[in-house]
Design a protein around this ligand. Structure first.
Ligand SMILES: [Cu+2]
Length: 257
């Protein structure tokens, strides 16, 4: 005799398996040249010889598999998936000397985890002082069951960050010095929006936009506002919140709204 409950269970498993996708990516991490503020060309960390880095876009429930090869040639590296809880996949978290060894020159590692969260996150290098050299980008998790899913016409992602003309390893000796007893932070040469100093975001009157804001800076918090508009806050750091009206946001390093 067949058991209808078992059959239903099997069907459900099948539907679940079909709905979730696996995003398998091969990332070769190497130095590339870039000049995001138009003032100085410098070395930045690229993926597959490109910078800015790709924004990771997945749906809630999807699996992420990233094969990362360290092609930098002069330093170790890693990826941390900022904001991901990594329940049961702790060793995929990324911080060097915490949950994994740094990935040494010429070696590779595979990150493999399922995303059971929603909202706006980012990924960045987590070995020594590496992410201010450009190794950071948004990680977006779409959730078609969010309470505001039908409330907007379009969405956009805006990253903000400080920008330095020196490599992080060249900033470190002054910042981490015994003689910097006040902890004075380095002064950035520029501030970037989406890795540029001249961005425009075309919008149409009467439409509602979901804006994903991320501060992916090394040190500097930012104020964000849109002239003559208020914003309705629906999510903070990947957590849905009761709607709140704001005319200005203060976004510290690593925060997302
Ligand atoms: Cu982080």
């Amino acid at each position: 005799m067949w058991n209808p409950i078992a059959v239903l269970g099997a069907l459900q498993l099948l539907v679940g398996a079909c709905a979730a996708a696996t995003h398998e990516l091969n990332w070769n991490v190497t130095w590339v040249m870039a000049n995001p503020d138009g003032l100085k060309e410098r070395k930045v960390v690229g993926i597959n010889n490109q910078w800015p880095l790709p924004t990771l876009k997945v749906n809630k429930g999807d699996r992420v598999v990233v094969h990362m090869h360290n092609g930098l040639g002069d330093k170790s590296t890693s990826i941390h998936w900022h904001g991901m809880y990594q329940n049961t996949t702790n060793d995929m978290d990324g911080p060097s000397m915490i949950t994994q060894c740094p990935v040494a020159l010429g070696l590779a590692t595979t990150y493999n985890f399922t995303v059971n969260q929603n909202g706006t996150y980012w990924y960045h290098c987590h070995t020594d002082y590496c992410y201010p050299d450009g190794y950071r980008a948004p990680f977006i998790v779409h959730d078609n069951s969010s309470y505001f899913y039908d409330d907007y016409d379009d969405e956009m992602t805006i990253t903000m960050s400080d920008w330095y003309h020196k490599l992080a390893e060249d900033i470190k000796p002054t910042f981490m010095s015994l003689y910097n007893s006040t902890g004075a932070e380095p002064i950035p040469q520029s501030f970037l929006f989406n890795n540029s100093i001249s961005q425009s975001y075309p919008v149409e009157p009467g439409k509602t936009y979901l804006i994903r804001l991320l501060n992916i800076a090394a040190f500097v918090a930012q104020y964000f506002w849109i002239e003559d508009h208020t914003m309705r806050i629906v999510e903070i750091d990947g957590v849905y919140v009761d709607e709140a009206e704001a005319d200005k946001l203060y976004i510290a390093v690593a925060q997302r709204y």
